[in-house]
Ligand binder design. Structure first.
Ligand code: COA
Ligand code: AMP
Length: 632
């Protein structure tokens, strides 16, 4: 089907004509306990809420509903773990039973509606089961990614104030077991808030020593529990808090509600991914990220698909053919991953021989997100796989794609490097710095006209004011995405990079400001700057520059190693912070602003092009020398 024949334009215009009627129609895909008073109420929260007055349970919609409809024997979740050599399948009936029991175990620990549960687990089925179990009883989960250090976990515990923490004893990385217990203990030692109890899933690679009175064995508690029935909750109640990098060291607690999220995700499965009940969908991400929340757990289950949960990597588990093996073994129809995974495969297997040695006959399309896909990688994948490669752009805050190709509507706007067209629900425009809408083809600040659609964050956890300041105050009436880009004459959107100090490393969102705070805490550092430098595999990696305090005469190499270690200890290995340079001074404007863009250009091997306001251009020469030394 070509663009002219696609239904995209018609569907997008129908939404634009009457958003309330359009979303009410979309909401018919969800089972409600009580209907809404109004589809949208602009008077509540920072910009409004969707489906106020309605009641539902998202876990019931993900699980019980399909069992009741006769899908109980269909696989709901396939866990494929090359890191343990195990594959396990759970039918809808089995997953429902486990979620109900884990919900019962949480209830037995006193967890009820509105209580928070922090989940600190790797890619094991129990992570998804615990998320669903929380939703079942109206508790609010907050999943923390395993690659973060204790201080990051502590910050999330301190802010979410969980009644219970559910953790695994360890995670697995190729060649290394990551024991979670020491990280959890260190986090609890740092956190002013303490949970009432911890449920620990023991994994045999590194069992934890349980603390009597605080820790309980997950599987024992599950086995002993009474299954809990799903409770109706308000559509506007929080389902989860997911912390993400902001521009400071303090992560932002993005809140997701039950009703709008269920409606938008369910809709997206058909409209964007072109999938329906019984199809196998694999999102190769992690439950610690929004992509994992939405497209490993909630969306595929809402739609009655089979979701694949993969505890492995694109390469090294055991080789660059791993993705092909998983696609073939489970009959994956659509795969969603990050471009960095493709670059990793391409680096090791340029002809994609290992990948395509498997039976890919049931595979139909590849979706990419997490970072901009560079055109050569998109073209490589499309040529090797002979399938549509569809980039789509979104954020933790939006919960589902802002722009995409729409398989379900017959639209594959595949221009390598473009993120596709806006999804119905999003009136996206490029704005100039004063907030005026720019003409097609002109780059600016990508912004969404309020309200945000169902599924997007209604607010930040206990912080409406922070939501307004972070997203709504720069351009009144608009949500600022923080991304720069343009919309071309065809309506395709080009997302070119952040307008703030957030960078993307291997599809992971990092704040350079947070890394700067860590470097600045080193006793020998007077001032510092962190930029995202181009990286062939990870897209960008953070690079630190530090100016030492007067009188410090220790070997710069020692200080550099300490800075790298400090970031690993405070933020975690996921920061991929490997390079810190010691320089005599930082390039600044005459008003004292550090010229990070000029440093970034230098690090990327380009001309620095400093602005005329630079105070002392020779500061850039010192950085060029330091970069030269580091690359040798
Ligand atoms: N728990 C503990 N440590 C973790 C971790 C986790 N869940 N995830 C990553 N790490 C560690 C890695 O082991 C690595 O540690 P090291 O510095 O000791 O080597 C470090 O964090 C950096 O990890 P990563 O950036 O992922 O790099 P990598 O070299 O291990 O792997 C890729 C590179 C491309 C294979 C990998 O990044 C990948 O699979 N990316 C897919 C991206 C993705 O899923 N993004 C999600 C958003 S859609
Ligand atoms: P996260 O909140 O971790 O999902 O990161 C969101 C950010 O990742 C976005 O604001 C973008 O900067 C970037 N991003 C995600 N997907 C894409 C994409 N398809 N194209 C360009 N940038 C993307």
């Amino acid at each position: 089907m070509n663009h002219q024949e696609s239904r995209y334009g018609e569907v997008y215009r129908a939404w634009l004509r009457d958003p309330a009627a359009w979303w009410a129609e979309a909401a018919s895909g969800i089972a409600w306990h009580k209907s809404w008073d109004r589809v949208f109420d602009a008077s509540i929260g920072p910009y409004g809420v969707w489906f106020p007055g309605a009641e539902l349970n998202i876990c019931e919609n993900c699980l019980d509903r399909h069992v009741a409809a006769g899908r109980g024997a269909q696989p709901a979740l396939i866990w494929d773990s090359p890191l343990t050599g195990r594959i396990e399948r759970f039918t809808y009936a089995e997953l429902t039973a486990r979620a109900a029991r884990v919900a019962g175990a949480l209830k037995a620990l006193g967890v009820g509606r509105g209580d928070r549960v922090v989940i600190y687990m790797p890619m094991v089925p129990e992570a998804a089961i615990t998320m669903l179990a929380c939703a079942r009883i109206g508790a609010i989960h907050s999943v923390v990614f395993g690659g973060f250090a204790a201080a990051e976990l502590a910050a999330r515990i301190a802010d979410a104030k969980p009644l219970v923490i559910v953790a695994a004893s360890c995670g697995l990385e190729p060649g290394r077991v990551v024991a979670y217990q020491p990280i959890l203990d260190a986090a609890l030692a740092l956190s002013p808030h303490q949970p009432e109890a911890c449920l620990i899933l023991q994994r045999e690679m590194a069992p934890a020593t349980l603390t009597p009175g605080r820790d309980h064995d997950f599987l024992t508690a599950e086995a002993a529990a009474q299954p809990a029935a799903p409770v109706p909750v308000r559509a506007t109640d929080p389902l989860y808090i997911l912390y993400t990098s902001g521009t400071t060291g303090r992560p932002k607690g993005v809140v997701r509600d039950h009703g709008g999220y269920a409606v938008a995700l369910n809709l997206s499965m058909g409209m964007i991914y072109g999938l329906g009940a019984g199809d196998v969908f694999w999102t190769a991400s992690d439950v610690g990220w929004v992509v994992g929340h939405s497209y490993i757990v909630y969306a595929p289950l809402l739609a009655g698909c089979t979701t694949v949960m993969y505890e492995g990597k694109p390469v090294g588990t055991p080789d660059a053919g791993a993705f092909g093996r998983v696609i073939a073994s489970h009959g994956v129809k659509v795969l969603f991953t990050a471009p960095t995974a493709l670059r990793a495969i391409k680096q090791q297997d340029p002809e994609a021989k290992l990948l395509t040695a498997h039976d890919l006959s049931r595979f139909e399309a590849l979706f990419l997100a997490g970072e901009r896909c560079d055109p050569p990688t998109a073209e490589w994948a499309a040529a090797r796989l002979a399938r549509p490669v569809i980039d789509h752009w979104w954020q933790t805050e939006t919960g589902w794609p802002i722009t995409a190709g729409f398989r379900g509507l017959g639209l594959f706007p595949f221009k390598p490097g473009s993120g596709g067209r806006p999804a119905p629900g999003y009136d996206l425009q490029a704005l100039d710095d004063a907030g005026a809408v720019l003409a097609r083809g002109v780059s600016g600040n990508l912004a969404i006209r309020l309200p945000l659609p169902p599924g997007a964050a209604p607010t930040l956890w206990h912080n409406d004011a922070g939501f307004r300041t972070a997203y709504l105050s720069d351009f009144p009436g608009w949500y600022r995405t923080g991304d720069a880009g343009m919309i071309d004459d065809d309506g395709d959107v080009w997302v070119m990079g952040r307008t703030d100090d957030i960078i993307n490393t291997a599809g992971h969102r990092l704040s350079t400001g947070a890394i700067e705070e860590v470097l600045a805490s080193h006793p020998d550092v007077a001032e510092c700057a962190v930029i995202g430098a181009r990286d062939a595999l990870k897209g960008q990696v953070p690079l630190g520059l530090a100016v030492l305090k007067a009188g410090v005469d220790r070997a710069p190499a020692d200080i550099r190693a300490e800075l790298v270690q400090l970031v690993r200890e405070r933020i975690g290995p996921v920061a991929s912070f490997k390079t810190a340079l010691v320089v005599p001074r930082l390039p600044k404007t005459r008003s004292g602003k550090i010229l990070r863009a000029a440093i970034r250009r230098l690090a990327d091997g380009e001309a620095a092009n400093p602005p005329p306001t630079i105070e002392d251009p020779t500061a850039l020469d010192d950085i060029a020398t330091a970069l030269d030394g580091a690359s040798r």
